[in-house]
Design a protein around this ligand. Structure first.
Ligand code: PEP
Length: 249
C-alpha cells in the first residue's frame, strides 16, 4: 500500500539538545493528532528514543538520519538500523548529501544501508541529487539514473520506501530549481523508479530550501508527493504549515 500523501519529513540534522527537541516534537504531536498524510521527524541519534516516546500515540513517525549497514559489530560510534528500531524509530534516512559528499559515502554503501534499514522494518528514505557543477552541465537525469542504479535497494516497495530528490546546491542555500525544472526532473524520476520498483508508486519527495512560502508551489508539481525539509523543520508552526500547504490535514 502506498504511503498517504503528502509525505512531509523533517531532518533536524545535528540540532537540538533534549529540551529543545522534546518541545519541538511535543508541539508537532499536538497539531498532528490525526493525519490525512504522512509526517515524519528525524532528530539527532541522541534524541530518537526520547522523541519517539514524546510523540507516542500520535501518527508522527520518528526516524534516524543514518544507519550502519551491519546489524551489530565492531563499528565504533555507529548506530545500526535494528538499534534505531529498538528505541522506537519507524524510519531512517540514507544517502543524504551531507554524508555522500561530506563523509564520502558511495552508492554501494548507501544501498547496503538502505537494505539494512528495510531489513529492520524501517521506512527507508533514499536521498539522491546532483551537485551544482552537474546541474550547470545539465546532467541531473544522468546523475539521478546512476545514483538510483547504484543505491536503490533491491527489495523496497511503496509502503517502505521513499525517494527524495535533493539537489546538493539547493540544500541550506535558499536556492531552488525552478518549478519547471523540478517538474521535468520528477517526471523522469517517476519513470525511472517505476521501472525499478514494482507495485504502487513509491513516494517521490523534493528537498532543498523548502519553506512555508514555497511549499505549496513545489507540492503542486506533478510527481512531487511531498518534501524533505531541513532548516524549516526546526520550527513546529512553520513545519506544520509546510505539511498543510501540501494538502495535509
Ligand atoms: C536537507 O537537509 O535535507 C534539506 C533539504 O535542508 P534544507 O531544507 O535546509 O535545505
Amino acid at each position: 500500500m502506498a504511503l498517504p500523501r503528502p509525505v512531509v519529513l523533517g531532518n533536524w540534522k545535528m540540532n537540538g539538545l533534549r529540551a529543545d527537541g522534546l518541545a519541538l516534537a511535543g508541539a508537532l504531536a499536538e497539531r498532528a493528532a490525526n493525519l490525512s498524510g504522512t509526517l515524519g521527524i528525524f532528530p539527532p541519534a541522541t534524541l530518537v528514543g526520547e522523541v519517539a516516546r514524546r510523540v507516542a500515540g500520535s501518527p508522527v513517525i520518528v526516524g534516524g538520519q543514518d544507519c550502519h549497514e551491519k546489524p551489530s559489530g565492531a563499528f565504533t560510534g555507529s548506530v545500526s538500523a535494528a538499534m534505531l528500531a529498538d528505541i522506537g524509530a519507524g524510519a531512517a534516512i540514507v544517502g543524504h548529501s551531507e554524508r555522500r559528499h561530506g563523509l564520502c559515502e558511495d552508492d554501494a554503501l548507501v544501498k547496503a544501508k538502505a537494505e539494512a534499514a528495510l531489513a529492520a522494518g524501517l521506512l527507508t528514505v533514499l536521498c539522491i541529487g546532483e551537485t551544482e557543477e552537474e546541474y550547470l552541465a545539465g546532467r541531473q537525469i544522468e546523475i539521478l539514473e546512476r545514483q538510483l542504479a547504484g543505491s536503490l535497494p533491491g527489495s523496497g516497495n511503496a509502503d517502505r520506501l521513499v525517494v527524495a530528490y535533493e539537489p546538493v546546491w539547493a540544500i541550506g542555500t535558499g536556492r531552488t530549481p525552478t518549478i519547471g525544472e523540478i517538474g521535468r526532473t520528477h517526471a523522469e524520476l517517476a519513470r525511472m523508479v517505476a521501472a525499478k520498483v514494482a507495485g504502487d508508486p513509491v513516494a517521490l519527495l523534493y528537498g532543498g530550501s523548502v519553506k512555508p512560502d514555497n511549499a505549496a508551489d513545489i507540492m503542486g508539481i506533478d510527481h512531487v508527493d511531498g518534501v524533505l525539509v531541513g532548516g524549516a523543520s526546526l520550527d513546529a508552526g512553520g513545519f506544520w504549515n509546510i505539511y498543510t500547504a501540501g494538502g495535509g490535514v
